[in-house]
Design a protein around this ligand. Structure first.
Ligand code: IMP
Length: 427
């Protein structure tokens, strides 16, 4: 593996944490390049469960260098809490294995506060954000009013930038939202102090990655959320605020697009979404409930129950094509073990017309009707299977049928939460 991009091909929560953790074994660097602490990557190692929001999952492997690159919306308080939490559990987290970009935009108290207030104002149009200040932070980045990690490291600069930001945000809180203003001096003190704690980790991560690649080191780019939540290509406006696929790598990390050698999407054998917005293959009946129960579908960042439904081959094909994926990994295949029949979305009906492709430009995605194919289940526990040929015939038939529909090779199957519970198929 020279440089590998792994990204979510649905609406997030595809089980990326476990896969990245597994692939991190063969990587020298593991890189987060977008999103922030809205992500929650769960990794189970033996009896231990780790939920990582900002720090790449490679941190659980000694000797790997973990990079939080410039495209991440960095909540410095969450970042340091995560560092402290890992250290308390005996994981080494030092400048030698964790690097943070000078240019990452910082999520400040006013971003989190604004995230909550903006949702209240949206009323029925609410997005159902994770409330972590992601949208307001990226909005300030685009408005050129944000603070970056480097700004927290210089006292004069921190005061200037924070004063300017709070002048505007406090006016907004008090005059528009009828909320309390934030205290400038308190904020300066708080963020300068956390800036000092960040300092040892900070560097030009783009240069670090380009040099590492030139020296033949292997890089793993860890996507957060999923392509259907991409700000440009997802179900706008019910999306997150970053480019969630491999498309986010060059701008989000300073690593050139043409040097990413291999691209792999991740999708579950069914589908989930948290928050509001279109979810064509959602099942609000018994099947959806069973998938939620079997798949333990509760958000690892917010604890919210996830909406569940069947695998949607139209959406996954779109996500993979959009990013030029070489193939994909199907996760949580074992969750389908108990189903007598399994449904797979094969096409959409939009405005009375059947289509096989994602309806870009359609303003009423909620009205999409999904056409399904029904396949036989296998009703057998497959969680201990490690070789493809040892899977029940009905499972293989399901996998191969879905693979053909999606039109891209399935390179690995995941059949349980543990590191070892995978079936290789070309990766
Ligand atoms: P935000 O990213 O907090 O602004 O939330 C925007 C939308 O993206 C909401 O529907 C969230 O539920 C969703 N979202 C954000 N992060 C994740 C994630 O890691 N997994 C799944 N959904 C997410």
């Amino acid at each position: 593996m020279a440089s590998l991009s792994v990204f979510g091909a649905q609406w997030g929560d595809e089980g990326k944490g476990k896969i990245i953790d597994l692939l991190a074994r063969d990587a020298d660097f593991v890189v987060r390049y977008q999103g922030g602490s809205n992500a929650g990557h769960t990794v189970i190692v033996g009896e231990e469960k780790y939920v990582l929001h900002l720090i790449p999952s490679g941190i659980l492997h000694p000797g790997k260098i973990n990079v939080v690159a410039n495209g991440v919306a960095l909540d410095p308080l969450t970042f340091m809490d995560e560092v402290d939490g890992l250290r308390e559990r005996g994981i080494s987290v030092e400048a030698s294995n964790l690097r943070l970009s000078t240019s990452a935009h910082v999520i400040l108290d006013h971003h989190r506060k604004l995230d909550g207030l903006a949702e209240t104002w949206r009323g029925v149009g609410r997005i159902g954000t994770t409330g972590r200040g992601i949208g307001p932070c990226y909005a300030d980045k685009a408005s050129r009013t944000g603070l970056r990690v480097a700004d927290l490291l210089e006292s004069k600069r921190c005061r200037e930038r924070l004063s300017a930001a709070l002048l505007e945000k406090n006016a907004l809180f008090t005059h528009v939202h009828d909320a309390d203003a934030l205290d400038l001096e308190e904020q300066i003190e708080k963020y300068e102090a956390v800036g000092e704690r960040l300092r040892p980790f900070v560097c030009d991560t783009g240069a670090l990655l380009r040099e590492a690649h030139a020296e033949g080191k292997s890089l793993l780019f860890e996507g957060a959320q999923g392509v259907m939540l991409d700000i440009d290509h997802g179900t706008y406006p019910y999306v997150t605020s970053s480019n969630t696929g491999a498309n986010g790598i060059p701008s989000g990390s300073g690593f050139p697009a043409r040097k990413v050698d291999r691209l792999v999407g991740i999708a579950k054998s069914y589908c989930t979404r948290v928050g509001e917005g279109a979810f064509p293959s959602e099942d609000q009946g018994e099947a959806g409930e069973s998938l939620a129960r079997e798949g333990h579908e509760f958000g690892s960042t917010t604890g919210r129950p996830r909406r569940c439904g069947w695998f949607d081959s139209v959406a996954v094909r779109y996500a993979l094509e959009l990013n030029g994926a070489d193939g994909w990994i199907m996760t949580k295949l074992d969750i389908l073990d108990s189903f007598e029949t399994i449904r797979v979305g094969t096409s959409y009906v939009v405005d009375g017309e059947e289509r096989m492709t994602w309806p870009v430009g359609c303003t009423d995605l909620e009205a999409i009707e999904v056409q399904y194919e029904e396949l036989s289940g296998w009703q057998e526990d497959i969680s201990a299977v490690r070789r493809y040929e040892d899977l029940p015939a009905a499972t293989r038939a399901y996998v191969e049928w879905v693979e053909e529909r999606v039109g891209a090779p399935i390179l690995m199957l995941s059949v349980g939460p543990e590191r070892e519970q995978v079936i290789p198929r070309g990766l």
